[in-house]
Ligand binder design. Structure first.
Ligand SMILES: *Cc1c(COP(=O)(O)O)cnc(C)c1O
Length: 238
């Protein structure tokens, strides 16, 4: 067990370091640091550590499990924005609406329909990203690139969903340079779709980049980076 003092400086030092690296990557590629938002990913992270991160300046918290997030949000409150980025079962969709500001992991039509139905009932509008399996690996979640156009078309007609962009998780590489082509592919997919819709849709957000590869993702246009380990240290295994 770490004592609170050292745990606090551990997290706030990490956070400071991550923010500096985000700013450098943005400036180095001709972008503005404020155009890249940091999502602190807190699956399996203890509440005290999340509180420390929030006190140190985290404004967006990302969770992967609805029940775990629900407990944390009830306890820690709505002073920050909570996003969801895990696999969302359709029967949990009703909890997700209202808990989360943005859902990064919409990967199928049935889930979009369920979210839209619930949001309509609650009189809410849910901000979503479509999770794309850009590498096509069978073990990865997300919709395959071929399925994107029909899904986007369906979702843009859903009144209670606001489609704001795409999310992806490339395969893991020791060298983050190897992830670059996947980030490029997601950006190009977005650009192609926006052109096809002649400005009729705005897919501003690209949620890509994690602890091991966020600088490369920022160089390729990430607007949301999802970072856990680099802030909180290695997660305990579940
Ligand atoms: C866990 C997780 C992250 C953060 O990964 P780190 O390597 O710890 O930064 C980002 N995105 C998703 C979807 C995750 O599940």
């Amino acid at each position: 067990m770490q004592d609170t003092g050292s745990a606090m400086s551990f997290i706030s030092n990490n956070l400071k370091n991550v923010k500096e690296r985000i700013a450098e990557a943005a400036l180095g590629s001709g972008r503005r640091p404020e155009d890249v938002q940091l999502v602190a990913v807190t699956k399996n992270v203890a509440r005290e550590s999340i509180v420390e991160a929030i006190e140190a300046g985290v404004t967006i918290v990302g969770e992967n499990y609805v029940q775990e997030a629900k407990r944390k949000i009830e306890e820690l409150g709505h002073g920050v924005r909570w996003d969801f980025m895990g696999h969302l079962q359709s029967n949990k969709a009703r909890y997700a609406v209202g808990l989360f500001e943005m859902i990064h992991s919409v990967d199928r039509l049935s889930l979009a329909q369920e979210l839209n139905r619930i949001a309509e009932k609650k009189g809410a509008k849910v901000r979503i990203l479509i999770q794309v399996n850009i590498s096509g690996e069978e073990t990865k979640s997300g919709i395959n690139p071929e399925g994107i156009v029909p899904l986007v078309t369906e979702i843009t007609s859903m009144k209670n969903l606001s489609l704001e962009g795409f999310m992806t998780m490339p395969p893991y590489f020791d060298d983050p340079e190897n992830a670059r082509p996947y980030f490029v592919a997601l950006r190009e997919l977005r650009d192609t779709l926006c052109e096809a819709h002649r400005g009729g849709i705005s897919l501003k957000e690209l949620s890509m980049g994690m602890s091991g590869d966020f600088e490369v993702a920022i160089e390729e246009g990430a607007t949301l980076v999802r970072i856990g380990t680099a802030i909180f240290g290695e997660r305990p295994a579940t």
